[in-house]
Ligand binder design. Structure first.
Ligand SMILES: *Cc1c(COP(=O)(O)O)cnc(C)c1O
Length: 432
């Protein structure tokens, strides 16, 4: 045997002939398998592993799937976490997406064999959930809904909006800039803390395209404040559009400050726009509900085509609306006493060396919903040094770091994942 490891380096095609790697080419594709092989060869070249181990190292280095997106456990206590993909879908929605993934009758009427209304099932489920809406439409997200409304109703015209509602959604995206990019002119009325119906009235004129009310969904203003109610704005004349943000379809007594589509339409809004992947608990999409003629105008506007949702979104939305309650609802309604009991049960399964304890915790809705509202919860508190190894476990666990402790808030963890959470903690302790 040669002393130089390079001369013992197995050839790439010899490594690729290993049956496990042949199978992996079928599930992951050649590119990903090749890069696992190349990095194993590279390690052997640097003498980190003997050349004889290249095949094993390549197999061990294969990714789990052909996408780099990974499932993570959300132990942050933030129910709708934008960085973690917002609402986790229900099992019913996941099945619906999988069924629609191949060829599907998204735009075909199987009974007649003729072209059908795209996404009819999802649209009728949405209409049925909000009977106050004369018509409904679905686009890519709430930002798309705003773009469509502004383009169709207020291009080269004015959108009248309160200075207290010039909201930044996140990541530097600001609603007034988004609307302005469509060619609508923003007319700001009132002040940061107080805007009255006469402020709006004074700003109306022949150039007014619509009045827009935006729910301040990620901050609160308290103290000396005033805002005009939808029913007051509805009497002014121009169409009133309400961006309610979170996508609650009907009022939820647990979230008293959160506007919902039904009540907002009943109060006189002509259009309501909202996100599908916040409190509704569905896929990313933008819901548009309201006046039949207006919704029809939006749907037929040329830009609507650029904002349309795909079959997977329609499938998941319909299943979210028709199927069992989505995880977001379960998480919002979880009882703090039961969460605590669950935390105690998990604690019992952890080795003493974890230095874990059960502590009260405060979850939040997050992701642009119910700002300032706290949901009493329970967490497993572990040393802050475990936060990083937890993020590297399989599946990764994302916790909340608070007061130099790492908190695993159980409200946002599916009880079906409890065993995985315990396993990840045990592994993190071993490595730490
Ligand atoms: C979240 C939010 C948006 C943006 O919604 P996307 O679906 O992310 O585009 C717009 N307006 C309000 C009030 C929001 O809360």
């Amino acid at each position: 045997m040669s002393a130089d490891p390079r001369s013992r380096m197995p050839r790439t095609d010899a490594v690729l002939a290993d049956p496990r790697l042949v199978a992996a080419v079928g599930t992951l594709g050649k590119g990903l398998v090749l890069s696992a092989v190349r990095s194993a060869q590279e390690r052997a070249r640097r003498s980190e592993i003997p050349p004889e181990d290249v095949v094993e190292a390549a197999v061990a280095g294969l990714p789990d799937s052909a996408t780099s997106l990974r499932r993570v456990l959300n132990a942050t206590g933030v129910v709708v976490h934008t960085n973690l993909g917002r609402a986790p879908l229900s099992a019913a929605a996941v099945r619906a997406m999988s069924a629609a993934a191949g060829n599907t009758d998204v735009e075909l009427d199987l009974a007649s064999g003729l072209r059908g209304t795209r996404g009819k099932g999802a649209l009728s489920a949405l209409a049925a959930a909000v009977p106050e809406a004369g018509a409904v439409h679905v686009v890519n997200n709430c930002a798309s809904a705003l773009v469509l409304v502004a383009t169709a109703v207020a291009q080269n015209k004015e959108i009248v909006i309160s200075r207290g509602e010039l909201v930044e959604i996140g990541d530097g995206f600001r609603i007034p800039e988004l609307l302005g990019s469509t060619g609508a002119r923003m007319v700001e009325v009132g002040t940061t803390n107080r805007t009255t119906v006469s402020d709006y009235r004074d700003a109306l004129g022949p150039e007014t395209g619509c009045i827009l009310k935006v729910h301040p969904s990620n901050f609160t203003v308290r103290g000396f404040t005033a805002e005009a109610a939808i029913h007051e704005l509805a009497s002014l004349g121009p169409p009133v559009v309400a961006d309610i943000g979170s996508g609650l379809l009907t009022a939820d007594p647990r979230l008293p400050g959160e506007p919902d589509a039904s009540s907002t339409l009943r109060a006189g809004a002509d259009l309501v726009v909202a996100s599908g992947d916040k409190l509704l608990g569905g896929p990313q999409c933008g819901l548009i509900l309201g006046d039949e003629a207006l919704v029809h105008r939006l749907r037929r506007h040329p830009i609507a085509r650029a904002l349309r949702v795909d079959k997977l979104t329609l499938a998941a939305l319909e299943a979210t609306l028709q199927g069992p309650r989505p995880p977001v609802r379960e998480m919002l309604e979880a009882d703090p006493t039961e969460l605590r009991a669950r935390a105690e049960r998990l604690l019992d399964q952890l080795p003493d060396s974890t230095k874990a304890e059960v502590v009260p915790s405060e979850s939040v809705v997050g992701g642009g919903g119910a700002p300032g509202q706290v949901l009493e919860s329970a967490a497993i508190s572990v040393p802050v040094a475990l936060a990083e190894p937890l993020r590297h476990s399989r599946p990764p666990v994302v916790a909340r770091v608070e007061d130099d402790r790492c908190l695993l808030d159980l409200r946002t963890v599916d009880p079906g994942d409890d065993e995985r959470l315990v396993a990840a903690l045990c592994q993190a302790v071993e490595e730490g």
